[in-house]
Design a protein around this ligand. Structure first.
Ligand SMILES: [Fe+2]
Ligand SMILES: [Fe+2]
Ligand SMILES: [Fe+2]
Length: 415
């Protein structure tokens, strides 16, 4: 009998997929990880208030959730939340559009994301954009409401700042925002409820309610893999040092899985797990990733949270439970002294061990702020030491040793 060459199609709820990407992107907020979800909620609620049709309300929720998918760096995120208008904002709009434009299930959101920092006075003249102008401007307003209100959630003082936020945005009538939109916002935000809804508990509650609006779609494996590539591009865009890291880990992991003789379906899944393994890194401040010295013990504790974050984000997609585990176990080691679950021995799947070796290899082959890229022989010495100490699977390390030049080429995506 012929072996299948691809995993079966996945039944994935598209709304859950959008929320999973939003959750991933929101991690970039570091200690305020609900920005996209608040913007989605605000955009949808304003659309309802203005009497826009149900289909547009749903569209704006999804667009709000994903509007910042072009932001991976915590520094860029910070810049976007300190000023009402920032001249560097354009770049993340283009990056966001590029990420979604080729992914059929979400491509309709790309034009809205492209213009979500464009001034209304310009947008209004772009007649070729049609409804996109109206949608993008609503996301812009929702985004700016959230940026101005966010500093006041922790100490619950948002109500005492509501008037000041309302007048700042009203002053942009006809400039940043369409007059009709500002008018609706002014009316809607008179009520305390508008502002109280932004509290974290209620935003999460709202998200849970919206999850039931989702519809289950069958996504074929090729499409899901394309979506995993989007995740990888978001993760790798975090820092110049991590560029192509996820892709390199994914390719090397697949290469090793093939050499181990694993079946094609498993190889495909390992490849995807490699693309997703570092989702949680988006929540690690850029300063820790790009620091010039080795990590302090405290920084290392923060770093250890990243693979846990990967699992928490991917849990939303039950169809890929196994892949999520292989990804999240990439810092677990055979001796059980890895992190964060301390899973070792027989409980640590072979697939996770492969990703672990591929991850160490790829990271050593890349430059880091505190060292040059390591050469293949140096990488091999580190891997061998790890295998001797029980921190890497000796069989997989032996495989790398026998195929070192190829592994190096694959890890650096040099073909
Ligand atoms: Fe934003
Ligand atoms: Fe990692
Ligand atoms: Fe990694």
């Amino acid at each position: 009998m012929l072996q299948p060459t691809q995993p079966a199609d996945l039944a994935i709820d598209l709304r859950q997929l959008v929320i999973t990407i939003a959750h991933t992107v929101d991690l970039v907020g570091v200690d305020d990880v609900l920005h996209g979800r608040r913007v989605g909620m605000l955009a949808r609620e304003l659309a309802i208030f203005m009497g826009w049709p149900e289909a547009e309300q749903q569209l704006l929720y999804d667009a709000g959730l994903l509007h910042d998918c072009g932001v991976s760096s915590t520094r860029v995120h910070h810049r976007l939340v300190v000023d009402l208008e920032w001249s560097g904002a354009e770049e993340h709009c283009v990056a966001g559009q590029d990420l979604l434009a080729d992914f059929a299930p979400l491509a309709h959101l790309a034009p809205i994301i492209r213009y979500h920092h464009s001034r209304w006075e310009w947008l209004a003249q772009q007649t070729q954009l049609g409804d996109t102008a109206r949608f993008a401007n609503l996301i812009y307003l929702a985004d700016r409401v959230d940026v101005l209100a966010a500093p006041y959630h922790a100490d619950q003082t948002v109500l005492s700042h509501a008037d000041e936020i309302r007048s700042r945005l009203a002053a942009e009538r006809g400039c940043l925002f369409s007059p009709a939109l500002v008018e609706a916002f002014e009316k809607f935000s008179e009520g305390e409820a508008f502002w109280l809804a932004l509290q974290p508990d209620w935003v999460q509650q709202y998200q849970r309610e919206m999850e039931t609006h989702g519809k289950l779609e069958v996504i074929n494996w090729a499409q899901f893999k394309q979506c995993a590539e989007i995740f990888a591009r978001i993760i790798d865009a975090k820092s110049p040092y991590t560029q192509r890291h996820s892709r390199g880990v994914s390719r090397l992991a697949r290469h090793l899985a093939e050499r181990l003789g694993l079946d094609t379906v498993t190889c495909e899944k390992i490849e995807v797990a490699g693309l997703l393994h570092d989702i949680g890194k988006l929540q690690i401040p850029d300063e820790i990733i790009e620091g010039p010295n080795a990590l302090t013990p405290h920084e290392f504790d923060i770093m250890k949270s990243h693979s846990y974050g990967t699992l928490q984000v991917l849990k939303r997609l039950p169809a890929i439970e196994e892949i999520a585990q292989w990804a999240a176990f990439h810092h677990e080691t055979p001796d059980g002294h890895g992190y964060p679950f301390h899973i070792g021995g027989k409980a640590l799947p072979l697939e996770a061990r492969i990703i672990n070796v591929a991850d160490v290899f790829q990271a050593l082959a890349q430059e880091r702020p505190y060292r040059k890229p390591m050469q293949p022989a140096e990488i091999m010495a580190v891997l061998q030491e790890r295998a001797d100490l029980g921190r890497a699977d000796p069989g997989i390390v032996a495989l790398v040793a026998a195929d070192l030049a190829n592994c190096h080429r694959v890890a650096l995506c040099m073909d």
